[in-house]
Design a protein around this ligand. Structure first.
Ligand code: GTP
Ligand code: SPV
Ligand code: MN
Length: 598
């Protein structure tokens, strides 16, 4: 009898014939297998044992110094029709792309073991989950996939039941930046990645599957695949409200997902539950609300800046069973990074004796990989097959000026425009210049697997008569004062902004209407215990008409780049706000124009 695994077996055979590994190993996902992977890597120095007394079963991986971040210019969407990929993506014809990358795969696994990794993105029994199989010649990738996904026998059983999975083919090749591609074939449900061992380029379940291919599938199946954290906020009445938030890479998702509320809040009984820190799959439930799952089972988080002050939950979970990548070490071999504490590093991320002249000790994009349930604030709801209902969606970016701490969209259409208008300073999570402002709609610029114009239309399509959609907000934790310092304390104190949002959701407070959206009355935001002077508060909430007219013009130009794919509804919404800003600037001119039109 033909098995539903036949197509999988055939594909694995084909890849093995092409890449010619010495051995093929099917991963079962067991503890013993993980141990063997680690032991093997300790022998080859792919992993270095850290201080086992302070950090049991923690290891350090040092990447090739030219392979430390996502490479967006080598990340490609290959669709038959170029327009389907959109101006937001690099595009290549599928036949040309396959030929290019297959040539690199030819014989590339000689002398190596080929790992076959069946994985499930999302709870094993959830109808929202989707499976894939990654083939790789990197034991580091196999070990990280064990932490980041539900990997092994159980996933293989689901694949056998369903008969469908994403084919994800990976080789580190020679780690040569000149021979590197991360290619996606959404029409073939295939990913091919060559020449990099770094997280987002190599752990193919994450950005490649869960976002680029995921967003493509989500569009045709009526759901959303988003670069969002999911967090539960428990109030003193023990009600838990869930919020999903999209911030660009290295802009605060992990931190918000596991924040510890300020002392006063904790005393009242407020509590935070972490469902996810990077990816969110959402779909409307029968009751019209959006239900979300975290497709991942682990966190691949940014190390620098993580400390007992900023993110104590993260620090607690990193004390054991963690793989660190490109951090520094202290003289007693403990992991260390900038912002952790006052100790001095002994060796930098490349294993050199630490010398400040060489730059930071830990790479700015150094990371940790850790199982999700090791986080003290981990929510058991992360295992709920039905997902959690979302009450609010937050968009946010890293903006030193212009953008206030928080504002609320008037309705769904405005919310979609707020998401589509996002911009943020670039970070070390991708190669290239850091600190340059770029448009990053819904924090999906590097991850949306199809034309952004169509993606905005897909977002708008959730606005149905029976839908009970979340409220949409925008935040900016990163506005700076004249002294160049952040105005807002951030981290745990972001709880204060979340509380205001929940009050808005419950209809308990009103807000100040402005052309760009609704801002909090300062009295409705709990600022107790913060040392913020009036000038700082004014600056945090300032909406400057001249600056925003210029911002709005820039957004308009950006959106126009999507041409006929840009939904008219979004264009009209943009125009409405531009007009409101103009009217605010010249209050006398507005009625005159209205009169002229009539
Ligand atoms: P990816 O994993 O790349 O998607 O990043 P992320 O969005 O999860 O960002 P993360 O929470 O790891 O934060 C990135 C950096 O921003 C870290 O160095 C944090 O310390 C810093 N950060 C996070 N939240 C805040 C905040 O509220 N205020 C300030 N000033 N910095 C923050
Ligand atoms: C990001 O860059 O948004 C990350 C890390 O979360 S990666 O897995 O490389 O995408
Ligand atoms: Mn991310």
């Amino acid at each position: 009898m033909p098995s539903k695994l036949d197509s999988l077996n055939r594909w694995v055979d084909d890849v093995a014939k092409k890449t010619r590994p010495d051995r093929v190993h099917w991963c079962d996902g067991s503890d013993a297998e993980y141990r063997q992977l680690v032991d093997g890597m300790l022998k080859t120095d792919e992993l270095i044992e850290l201080n086992q007394k302070t950090h049991p079963r923690c290891y350090l991986h040092r990447s090739d110094p030219k392979d430390v971040a996502r490479v967006e210019k080598l990340t490609v969407i290959c669709t038959r029709n170029k327009d389907d990929a959109g101006p937001n993506n690099n595009w290549m014809d599928p036949a040309e792309a396959n030929a290019k990358i297959d040539a690199l795969f030819d014989g590339c696994m000689q002398g190596r073991t080929m790992y076959v990794i069946p994985y499930c993105m999302g709870p094993l029994g959830s109808p929202l989950s989707r499976c894939g199989v990654e083939i790789t010649d990197s034991p580091y990738v196999a070990a990280n996939m064990r932490i980041m996904t539900r990997m092994g026998t159980a996933a293989l059983e689901r694949i056998e039941r369903e008969g469908r999975f994403i084919k994800a083919q990976h080789s580190i090749g020679q780690l040569d930046p000149e021979r590197r591609w991360i290619m996606h074939f959404p029409e073939e449900l295939t990913i091919k990645s060559f020449g990099s061992g770094y997280g987002g380029n190599a752990l193919l379940g994450k950005k490649c599957h869960a976002l680029r291919i995921g967003s493509w599938q989500a569009r045709s199946e009526g759901w959303l695949a988003e670069h969002m954290l999911i967090v539960g906020i428990e109030n003193p009445k023990h009600e838990i409200h869930y919020i999903a938030a999209a911030f660009p890479s290295s802009c605060g998702k992990t931190n918000l997902a596991m924040l510890i509320p300020p002392e006063g809040y904790r005393r009242e009984g407020w509590k935070i539950w972490t469902v996810g820190d990077d990816i969110c799959w959402m779909r409307p439930g029968k009751d019209g609300r959006l239900y979300a799952i975290n497709p991942e089972a682990g966190y691949f988080g940014v190390a620098p800046g993580t400390s007992n002050k900023t993110n104590p939950n993260a620090l607690a979970m990193l004390q054991r069973d963690t793989i660190f990548t490109n951090v520094a070490v202290t003289d007693d071999n403990q992991p260390w990074w900038e912002g952790l504490d006052d100790r001095k590093p002994a060796k930098d991320w490349q294993g050199r004796d630490y010398d400040p002249a060489n730059g930071p000790a830990a790479h700015p994009n150094s990371r940790f990989t850790v199982r999700a349930n090791q986080c003290p604030s981990w929510s058991p709801e992360a295992e709920n097959d039905l997902g959690v209902p979302i009450d609010a969606i937050i968009f946010g970016g890293r903006r030193a000026s212009r953008v206030p701490l928080v504002f609320e969209a008037r309705d769904w259409t405005h919310g979609v425009l707020v998401g589509a208008s996002m911009a943020s300073e670039t970070t070390a999570a991708a190669t290239g210049k850091v600190g340059v402002i770029r448009r990053d709609p819904m924090a999906m610029k590097p991850f949306c697997g199809y034309n952004y114009g169509d993606y905005f239309a897909h977002w708008l399509s959730f606005d149905q008569p029976d839908a009970k959609l979340p409220k949409v907000f925008h935040v900016n934790w990163f506005r700076k004062g004249k002294d160049g310092k952040f105005l807002w304390p951030g981290f745990g104190d972001n709880m204060r902004v979340l509380e205001w949002m929940l009050k808005r959701v419950a209809g308990e407070v009103d807000a100040i209407e402005t052309p760009i959206g609704n801002l909090p009355r300062v009295d409705d935001l709990n600022l107790e215990g913060l040392r913020l002077d009036d000038a700082a508060i004014d600056e945090l909430f300032r909406v400057d008409n001249t600056e925003w007219r210029s911002e709005q013009a820039d957004i308009g130009e950006y959106l126009a780049g999507y041409g006929s794919h840009l939904p008219d509804r979004l264009k009209a919404e943009h125009q409405r706000i531009a007009d409101a800003l103009d009217a605010e600037a010249e209050p006398a001119a507005a009625p005159a124009r209205a009169a002229a039109a009539s």
